[in-house]
Design a protein. Structure first.
Ligand SMILES: [Zn+2]
Ligand SMILES: [Zn+2]
Length: 101
């Protein structure tokens, strides 16, 4: 009888899975916390209670051009393509808006 040798082999693909989480729409694209479902039955979750991020329609992503920008004191991220970094690196004001807040 041979004994089983347990060798857990976990794939080291953290980088890609973080990017996936960022774009999942179920997680905050900035701190990656799973977003709560109970926001008055809104289909899209627009804020994160953990890091204070909010989805702001008046900005668009520098990389993909979509208005799926989230901002928090921790940084800025695009929920569409996973672009993230500082506010000026990630977002540009969409038409009619300026950087003020
Ligand atoms: Zn967050
Ligand atoms: Zn983007």
């Amino acid at each position: 009888m041979e004994e089983d040798i347990i060798q857990k082999h976990k794939p080291q693909n953290r980088g890609t899975s973080i990017s996936k989480l960022r774009r999942s729409r179920k997680h905050c694209p900035i701190c990656l916390t799973l977003l709560e479902k109970n926001l008055k039955r809104t289909r899209l979750k627009r804020q994160c209670t953990v890091c204070g991020a909010q989805r702001l329609d008046k900005f668009q992503c520098k990389k993909c051009g979509r208005r799926e920008i989230w901002m928090s004191p921790m940084g800025t991220a695009c929920q569409s393509c996973g672009n993230h970094g500082s506010k000026l690196e990630v977002a540009i004001p969409s038409a009619g808006s300026t950087f003020q807040k």
